[in-house]
Design a protein. Structure first.
Length: 117
């Protein structure tokens, strides 16, 4: 039996606000979009999706630490753009021996870590 990971989904309450965060501010490339889901990273084996939380179980998952870490180029510039866009920083950009990292919240409070390595 062969098993692969297809996608990881973050639940949100407003797809337009999610798009402004994930596409406009973070710059994630869109693989596809429907009325309920935006999928990112076209051509990748595993994608990231943001989906409307339509069911009660999904709504309880909105606004939490997702455990997702995104590697970005020019993390300083990305953090400046996020700050200018009104994004909340749970952990500000910090340098460490293993690189730079910040933790931000999307407009629903879902926490995403961003790193430069």
């Amino acid at each position: 039996m062969s098993v692969t990971l297809k996608n990881v989904v973050v639940f949100v309450t407003d797809l337009d606000k999610a798009k402004s965060f994930y596409v406009d501010l973070l710059g994630l490339p869109v693989a596809g979009q429907s009325e309920m889901l935006i999928e990112f990273f076209p051509g990748a084996v595993t994608t990231l999706g943001v989906s409307l939380a339509l069911h009660e179980d999904a709504r309880s998952l909105v606004g939490r630490h997702t455990g997702i870490t995104l590697k970005v180029e020019n993390i300083v510039g990305v953090c400046k753009a996020l700050d200018t866009g009104g994004v909340v920083f749970v952990e500000p950009l910090e340098s460490s021996p293993w690189g730079k990292m910040a933790v931000v919240q999307d407009f629903d409070g879902n926490m995403i870590a961003i790193v430069d390595r």
